[in-house]
Design a protein around this ligand. Structure first.
Ligand code: NAD
Ligand code: UDP
Length: 315
């Protein structure tokens, strides 16, 4: 009989983590979901709670934890600017200490470990589109630094555990991702715009709306993460996971209005500090090494998240 794979997912009750836990259970793994429920919720994992191969542990990753597992996905960290700037010291502690503690588990039980890094490591990029070889343009002392520098430092720690202790690591840099299980008060652009449109409220564009982002549907990301974990040990990344179709924020607002049939108007608010002007992944490395590319176009993904918020928010 083959041994069932034991997988730890930190941040497993969050938006991306909950989709990942479900996918791993469907793949036949035993999943231990570690989360302090800061931005995650039991609602996201309600359908898994009674599954015999699923365990939820309420735990803060800034405190060490012991468990025996074969693989670790390290996702614990608030990802929305509103949430990560709420308690910036806690955010940087979560990024650094969380990575340290998860790497400690990986070292003790020789587990393979994947870090959920971010396109924010490129900061406000001066190279476009962003390739993994680009070192980035990050403000180390700004309001976004607790997140950006926390994630950069976590990448450093992963690389050093690999070089110094031979730990089998994988680093993925995730670009803007959206889908069901995002919090309604998340503050990120797609959840904000969809909810504003469904309520026929003003749509809040920060700045001129000429800044760009590239939006990836969560199912595409999960496929990329699982494929990355399954690569040979000599491929460690970092590798970009994102959808290279780029939109201005104003174009996004117009699409959301169109697809919801909303009567909302656009209003303009000040641009947050250090808001990146352009963002688009170069995904050639993921295409080559993972034989992966995003399959869900923005229009289809928007339909799904609109349907999700209509149902969960009663709109
Ligand atoms: P999220 O906020 O929904 O999920 C983060 C989860 O981590 C939550 O369940 C939260 O409760 C948990 N958490 C936070 N601090 C913790 C702590 N100290 N101890 C234990 N659990 C803690 O965000 P998400 O969008 O699902 O992001 C998941 C991961 O992916 C994050 O590491 C984020 O940086 C990364 N990422 C996400 C995106 C995106 O667009 N969604 C982009 C780049 C990177
Ligand atoms: N944004 C906006 N209105 C909102 C929320 C966000 O115009 O209600 C903008 C934000 O300034 C940024 C982009 O949308 O330029 C993406 O913001 P988000 O917080 O989703 O992600 P990030 O800035 O981390 O990429």
């Amino acid at each position: 009989m083959t041994k069932i794979k034991r997988v730890l997912v930190s941040g497993g009750a969050g938006f991306i983590g909950s989709h990942l836990c479900k996918r791993l259970i469907d793949d036949g793994c035993y999943v231990i979901c570690l989360d302090n429920l800061f931005t995650g919720s039991k609602r996201n994992i309600a359908s898994l709670m009674n599954h015999p191969n699923f365990e939820f542990v309420e735990h803060d990753v800034t405190i060490p934890y012991e468990v025996d597992v074969d693989e670790i996905y390290n996702l614990a960290c608030p990802a929305s600017p509103i949430h990560y700037q709420y308690d910036p010291i806690k955010t940087i502690k979560t990024s650094f200490l969380g990575a340290l503690h998860m790497l400690g588990i990986a070292k003790r039980c020789n587990a393979k470990i994947l870090q959920a890094s971010t396109s924010e490591v490129y900061g406000d990029p001066e190279v476009h589109p962003q390739m993994e070889s680009y070192w980035g343009n990050v403000n180390p002392v700004g309001y976004r630094s607790c997140y950006d520098e926390g994630k950069r430092c976590a990448e450093t720690l992963f690389m050093d555990y690999h070089r110094q202790h031979g730990i089998r690591i994988k680093v993925v840099r995730i670009f803007n991702t959206y889908g069901p299980n995002m919090l309604p008060n998340d503050g990120r652009v797609i959840s904000n715009f969809v909810l504003q449109a469904l309520r026929n409220e003003d749509i809040t564009i920060y700045g001129t709306g000429d800044q760009t982002r590239s939006f990836q549907y969560v199912d595409d990301l999960i496929e990329g993460m699982v494929k990355m974990m399954a690569t040979e040990d000599d491929f460690i990344g970092p590798v970009n996971l994102g959808n290279p179709r780029e939109f201005t924020i104003r174009q996004l607002a117009q699409k959301v209005i169109e697809q919801t049939g909303s009567s909302s108007k656009l209003i303009y608010k000040p641009l947050p500090h250090d808001d990146p002007q352009q963002r688009r992944p170069n995904i050639a490395l993921a295409q080559e090494k993972l034989v992966w590319q995003p399959l869900v176009p923005l229009e289809i993904g928007l339909e799904r998240i609109i349907a999700y918020f209509r149902e969960t928010e009663g709109l």
